[in-house]
Design a protein around this ligand. Structure first.
Ligand code: SF4
Length: 487
């Protein structure tokens, strides 16, 4: 028996599907926090009464039998030809049934049609007459008050949305136009494999999310030199060039590169012995920084369903910051703030208090993170708006010299994350920390938050402070290095 997730995996990559059969199941930590039983909330929204509620392991005939004497079915399990599906909501509509898909996001686009079509394919083959189809999704404009209002929280849409998030094709039409017979595919999956298929590089290997087997599939890539042509950022023809014997950045074929500033910096770095620095541009950028320079880093949790007043679906809750203040005499002060539950107002007040009233505020990826978070705080707490927005006006992005191609060191291997750059420095940096990644910090905080009290003797408190503190400390080290190479 297969589930839709198996079919999707199989379609993505046969090898991935096989490897996953033998892989040890790891605990699943969602990137977005979802504490509520969404189907219970949607049931309220839809006004469901006296439903049949399916469970894991239900016999395939149980839901079919329940259709005789229930008008609503929730999470009912149906099976046809080895494919088992969990149908979110079915509602009797005269001589047929209305199907409600659930999308725990803001705008369902018609880009996951295998999921929708597989479910309908099973129901069609069981002779269940489907009439209307809807997608229940979260309302991006909903702002939570003291209580959660499920009527406002969800939208029941009979259309998918386009790239600009406007309603477009009706769900029924989109699904019906993409229906295909998946029987041959299921038969192929059932037949299995004599051996694990060899890796074949496709867009699925590094697409939206890098495949977890990438290193296993392409170990030769990990072993590449720092100045390998494969590190050329955004180069569509890098594998082609390598196959033609062009192994290093310095030898890149000018006719087969896109010619971005980053690529220029990479090629020049290799030609100049490993480091490229556009000194004039870097000096000009560094001149904009004024002491005291405050390096800041935030940590936050993202919630699908807003848990606190004033929050929209998928809003974030700031819970930690670390700042390193570099004074003109090069002395450095550090401050860390950590809270659990909803302390946004205290966070805003404390931030205003801790950041000096003058000088530059520096963040890594400021435009994509800290500036946005500060603007959100300013909107939520208008009483602190002016002070918070003044911080944004003084903010510079430490990522800029790297992402704009002012600076490149081949040891960056085509990446410019703070950790990657820090790894080049003569500093133990992140190596000794218990928490190594931003999402690990969030998972640790989730446990603290659920425990209900912020106990300083809990080792997780210090681990979280160390991790966030390392980000703002790393910025001071990287900044110092930029000053050095600009001279
Ligand atoms: S890295 Fe590519 S080839 Fe390897 S399992 Fe993943 S998707 Fe398949």
């Amino acid at each position: 028996m297969f589930h839709i997730s198996d079919v999707k995996k199989y379609m993505r990559c046969r090898r991935l599907y096989c490897l996953d059969q033998f892989a040890e199941r790891k605990p699943f930590h969602p990137f977005v926090r979802l504490d509520e039983q969404v189907s219970d909330l949607v049931a309220k929204k839809l006004g469901v009464t006296d439903p049949f509620i399916g469970s894991i392991g239900d016999d395939a005939g149980k839901a079919m039998a329940a259709m005789e004497d229930h008008d609503w079915l929730i999470k009912a399990r149906f099976e046809y030809d080895r494919l088992r599906v969990k149908v979110p909501f079915l509602h009797r509509n005269e001589d047929g049934w209305d199907l409600y898909f659930m999308f725990i996001g803001l705008f369902p686009h018609h880009n996951d049609m295998l999921f929708y079509c597989s479910m309908v394919w099973v129901l069609d083959h069981l002779d269940i007459k489907l009439k209307n189809m809807y997608v229940v999704h979260l309302n991006s404009e909903y702002v939570r008050q003291d209580e959660l209002d499920v009527d406002q929280l969800f939208i029941v849409s009979d259309c998918f949305y386009n790239g600009k998030n406007n309603p477009t094709m009706p769900v029924v039409k989109a699904v019906r136009s993409k229906m295909q017979n998946i029987q041959p595919l299921l038969a192929e999956m059932e037949a299995g494999f004599d051996e694990i298929p060899a890796p074949v590089r496709t867009q699925h290997c590094t697409g939206r999310q890098k495949c977890s087997y990438y290193e296993e599939c392409f170990p030769q890539e990990i072993a590449q030199d720092d100045n390998s042509i494969l590190t050329l950022i955004g180069a569509q023809h890098r594998y082609e060039m390598q196959n033609d014997g062009i192994n290093y950045l310095k030898d890149a074929d000018e006719k087969r590169i896109e010619g971005s500033r980053q690529q220029y910096a990479q090629i020049m770095a290799d030609r100049q012995g490993g480091l490229y620095c556009d000194k004039l541009a870097l000096q000009s950028w560094l001149k904009r920084l004024k002491y005291p320079i405050t390096c800041i880093d935030f940590e936050w949790e993202r919630y699908a369903i807003p848990p606190y007043p004033g929050m929209h679906p998928y809003d974030v809750l700031l819970f930690e910051y670390s700042i390193h203040i570099i004074h003109e005499d090069h002395s450095v002060d550090q401050k860390v703030y950590l809270s659990i539950h909803d302390q946004r107002e205290d966070f805003a007040r404390s931030l205003l208090n801790d950041i000096p009233k003058e000088g530059t505020v520096l963040a890594y990826n400021a435009e994509g993170a800290e500036k946005i978070r500060i603007s959100e705080l300013a909107e939520t707490f208008p009483q602190y708006r002016d002070g918070l927005l003044a911080i944004n006006e003084r903010m510079e992005d430490l990522q800029l010299p790297f992402e704009s191609g002012m600076v490149y060191d081949v040891r960056m291997r085509g990446q410019w994350s703070l950790k990657k750059i820090m790894a080049m420095m003569d500093d133990p940096g992140y190596q000794d920390l218990d928490i190594q990644q931003g999402m690990d910090a969030v998972f640790e905080w989730r446990r603290l938050d659920e425990a209900g009290e912020l106990d300083d003797s809990d080792p997780r408190v210090q681990e979280l402070k160390d991790y966030c503190g390392m980000d703002s400390y790393a910025m001071t080290v990287v900044l110092e290095w930029l000053y050095e190479i600009s001279r």
